[in-house]
Design a protein around this ligand. Structure first.
Ligand code: ASP
Length: 623
């Protein structure tokens, strides 16, 4: 068949590279699946030039498609007419190769490659498209970490050509598919909820979309589908899930981006335990199918109070023990005024063991002091343990304790030879918890206690309903305002709201929050009471949440649910600390997308149509 030649000027390339169709050149098999058992077969391969090199009479092309690489050989002795073309095939050219699979010569096999036993002897090559020099080398995985991340995101369509990135996309697909299958098998229905909606508070700023037909009105993008899923329960759907995109305008961090994806779930006629069974069952199913990591089950459960007491935070990393030890009672009997005054002011004295910490130099101990001060401690008390006896220790504070008290302290801490006992005292229990939990995590890292082959999930329950915000001088929801308090805690609304515990729970993995949920308020009177406590007056309640209060008056069933982050799940499966590495097209810092160059300005005509005018900032903070 004769293919018409297309004029070079139409193609806009400086070099004609062949036809634009695939006639006669369609692949018969993928590159990465060929094995020795295919030897002798004729194939057509389609893919990209991963690498090309020449050795004497031979031109080697590693051809890549999404299944992997295969070595193509052009031998000047066998196919002299192909040599010039093969030499012209530079990195990332798009080729179709016709040839025969054959075993590699003995001694030239490549055990690193799935296709390493064979090669394809090219009989013909069609260049489907050329490629300019790339901004980074897709085939040089080792040096990719030297490439600036913004450059990678600007050319994400090239970055995603890397086999490592494709493997991530594939794993992500498999995880989502597994989740969908699991939830469907449990009788959940996948239902889509709107992206243009009204603010649902999850503690972040909203992204707003102006409404053209009536300037001054805005949609908000959902921070989560929270209200819709509850309304679906009022509607009688009973079991809902969605792989939901959520939008939150908040400070970006390594594990946070402005738009992210979560598995969102809601169920009717359930208690907390029913929901927890689903979270745990789904997580075990997905992780065990897709990851070789060890995952202790059943997931340990801690109440919020217990977690704070034992680990100093509500996201305990339970890959290692090292629990906090309360020395308050013992310290109250000591002569040490620093401890006594912290306790007299309602504070605490607590400690954590640092195994091997006795070997720290003076300078390293000072650095540890500074570490604690950075997180609000006034200082760090230390006991160097050579032997866990009052005479086997070295400490500036031991003189304030009797021998018997010291022994008791060492016993309480379960001190071992070579430990450094780290003690924090503060009038504010929150400061003690915060500093010691950070210290505990730091010690865990330094001692190599965070086994990377383990995914240690746990569930934390019974959070406070609200917490006091010193800055704004008001109560804030600990999770969100739709969380149901324990019934016997309802009287605390009028006496001491800090005591109200809620029927809510977090899923935690290796010390990071990976999901959360709650049993919801389904009675309008209790919902209004929660809004009242949060300082939302009745008129505002009607304006912002009238629809849900009204819905609750039409027979809302008791219900509850949860959401877990899909991006976070992938980070855990891949041991990846940077959330952008598990997202196809992520935003960089401050929400900037260097590939699309967004956010970007719009025409004056568009602004006018929307009834908007821009108040210019002195210096643009957009990027
Ligand atoms: N809406 C919550 C969130 O996005 C999850 C839930 O309570 O179901 O974090």
């Amino acid at each position: 068949m004769i293919r018409p030649l297309i004029s070079l000027s139409i193609l806009g390339r400086d070099q004609h590279q062949g036809g634009i169709g695939l006639a006669n050149w369609k692949r018969t098999v993928n590159c990465g699946v060929l094995t020795a058992s295919d030897s002798g077969s004729e194939v057509v391969l389609n893919g990209w030039v991963h690498r090309q090199r020449t050795f004497g009479d031979l031109v080697f092309i590693d051809l890549r498609d999404r299944t992997g690489l295969v070595q193509v050989v052009v031998d000047a002795k066998e196919a002299p007419e192909l040599v010039t073309k093969a030499n012209a095939c530079k990195s990332e050219f798009v080729l179709s190769v016709r040839g025969a699979v054959r075993r590699r010569r003995e001694g030239t096999e490549n055990a690193q490659l799935n296709t390493g036993e064979i090669e394809v002897a090219a009989a013909d090559i069609e260049i489907l498209n050329s490629a300019r020099n790339l901004p980074f080398t897709v085939s040089d995985e080792e040096n990719m970490r030297l490439v600036d991340e913004t450059l990678r995101v600007k050319f994400r369509y090239l970055d995603l050509r890397r086999p490592k990135m494709y493997a991530m996309l594939e794993l992500r697909h498999n995880a989502v598919k597994r989740i969908r299958d699991y939830m469907s098998n449990q009788g959940f229905l996948e239902i889509e909820t709107p992206i243009f909606t009204k603010s649902t508070p999850e503690g972040a700023r909203d992204y707003l979309v102006p409404y053209r037909l009536e300037p001054g009105l805005f949609y908000a993008l959902p921070q989560s589908p929270q209200q819709y899923k509850q309304l679906l329960m009022v509607a009688g759907c009973e079991r809902y899930f969605q792989i939901a995109r959520c939008f939150r305008d908040e400070a970006q961090r390594a594990d946070r981006v402005p738009e992210f994806t979560q598995l969102d779930v809601e169920m009717s006629f359930v208690e907390q335990e029913d929901v927890l069974q689903v979270i745990e069952g789904m997580t075990i199913d997905v992780v065990s199918a897709l990851s070789p990591k060890k995952m202790p089950t059943p997931f340990p459960r801690f109440s919020y109070d217990e977690s704070m007491r034992r680990f100093g935070n509500d996201k305990p990393d339970i890959r290692f023990a090292l629990e906090l030890v309360d020395l308050s009672e013992l310290a109250s009997q000591s002569e040490f005024s620093v401890f006594r005054s912290a306790l007299d002011a309602g504070g605490q004295v607590k400690a954590v063991r640092y195994p091997g910490g006795a070997a720290l130099s003076r300078k390293e101990q000072d650095e540890l002091q500074n570490f604690c001060k950075e997180f609000g401690a006034k200082g760090l008390g230390t006991i160097i343990v050579h032997e866990p006896t009052p005479t086997g220790i070295k400490s500036a504070i031991s003189k304030f304790f009797s021998e018997e008290q010291l022994q008791q302290l060492l016993n309480l801490c379960e001190a071992q030879p070579n430990d450094l006992i780290c003690i924090i005292a503060d009038p504010k229990p929150k400061v003690v918890a915060n500093v010691l939990s950070r210290l505990r995590n730091e010690i865990g890292t330094r001692c190599g206690f965070r086994d990377p082959s383990v995914l240690a999930f746990c569930i934390v329950t019974d959070f406070p309903l609200v917490q006091w915000d010193e800055e704004t001088q008001r109560w804030d929801a600990e999770h969100h305002p739709f969380t149901m308090p324990y019934e016997d805690h309802l009287p605390y609304f009028d006496t001491d709201p800090s005591k109200i515990r809620a029927q809510c729970y977090d899923l935690v993995c290796n010390g990071q929050e990976s999901g959360s949920g709650s049993i919801r308020v389904h009675r309008p009177d209790i919902q209004s009471k929660v809004f009242d406590l949060l300082g939302i007056d009745r008129e505002t309640q009607q304006q912002r949440f009238g629809h849900i209060l009204e819905a609750f008056s039409y027979g809302a069933p008791p219900h509850g649910g949860f959401a877990t982050g899909i991006d976070r799940l992938l980070m855990n499966l891949l041991d990846e600390p940077n959330i952008r590495e598990v997202i196809a097209f992520p935003k960089m810092g401050l929400g900037y997308d260097p590939m699309m160059d967004s956010p970007s300005t719009v025409d004056d005509a568009q602004l006018k149509e929307l009834g908007l005018s821009i108040i210019k900032k002195e210096k643009s903070q957009a990027k």
